[in-house]
Design a protein around this ligand. Sequence first.
Ligand SMILES: *[C@@H]1O[C@H](CO)[C@@H](O)[C@H](O)[C@H]1NC(C)=O
Ligand SMILES: *[C@@H]1O[C@H](CO)[C@@H](O)[C@H](O)[C@H]1NC(C)=O
Length: 342
Amino acid sequence: MAQLCYFITVVSLLLFLQSDSYAEAGTIGVNYGRLGDNLPPSTQVVALLKSRNINRLRLFDPNLDALEALQGSGIEVVLGTLNQDLPQLAADLSFARSWVSTNVIPYSQTVRFRYISAGNEVIPGNLAAYVFPAMQNLDQALRDAQLPYSIPVSTSVSTAVLGTSYPPSQGEFSMDIDPIMRSITKFLAANGSPFLVNVYPYFSYINDPVNVPLDYALFNSSRVVVRDGELEYKNLFDAITDATYTALEKAGGASVKVVVTESGWPSNENGQIATIENARMYNNNLVAHLSGAKGTPKKPGESIEAYVFAIFNEDLKPRGTEQNFGLYYPNMTEVYHVEFIN
Ligand SMILES: *[C@@H]1O[C@H](CO)[C@@H](O)[C@H](O)[C@H]1NC(C)=O
Ligand SMILES: *[C@@H]1O[C@H](CO)[C@@H](O)[C@H](O)[C@H]1NC(C)=O
């Protein structure tokens, strides 16, 4: 009997460990974009996510209604600051403190914040110079708040930060923003915080459909499309991610982890490219790829955390594909089904 108990304990422990590492592998969440005038209330959105077993969410700004709804939900949150707040966050530590007091401290017991992102996709651009000092002030304000757990500070960038992304082993940040990217990279490395990047094979494909095969962009190629030294690439997502790792290495961030804060494919408004079939294929393949915890050719076995863009089609975004990245229509009917393996 004792032996049987021991056996059962060992088996359940193994199962527990296994399911735990599996959960760690399937670290895929969604973006809660809110640029729509017809979106359901946050409480309904949170219930929808729970029903889909989606445990991670990215919010572009600290919408208090959404944060209220997320309390006690068990859904972990990547929280962004508004881009327009960056100059003041950069210039004024007391503004960063009040941002943390309003948007983080009241929820810190009931919402697990994964990261705070100082703005979204502002490098290169007019606001680029504010990002690093804003990160420093937010980090200081969070430390001073003595929260129950520490929250890494980072910034979400687009792949426009890469001057070279092909082949992946040649990845590097653009010359003009290299000093900014070096400061940010060193800060992330020193704090053990991740680099947040939005990865869209869709845009690479539409910018160069002659040289980028569609099946390579959609994770639907069984053949090797790009050979880069010893490394072989069958999908563009891995190639872009590895170019980002290479750029980080060159900027002094060999230890910095990449988190993909956005990826997705539009389902309408661009002919035979932005179709429901392609969007369904891309997002299901993305989830399956990341859940496998295979990592990328450059970083095999290193699971990647990613967030699908987005939950809803958003009618206040620019017309065209931009309004059609949602997994759901605003009435909470699925545009197409994605099997979340969380
Ligand atoms: C995906 O790959 C299969 C098998 O090669 C092919 O039949 C199908 O047309 C591809 N679909 C897309 C959208 O590339
Ligand atoms: C939800 O909205 C979509 C797109 O407008 C529509 O096709 C669908 O019929 C709606 N579903 C319900 C249940 O109203």
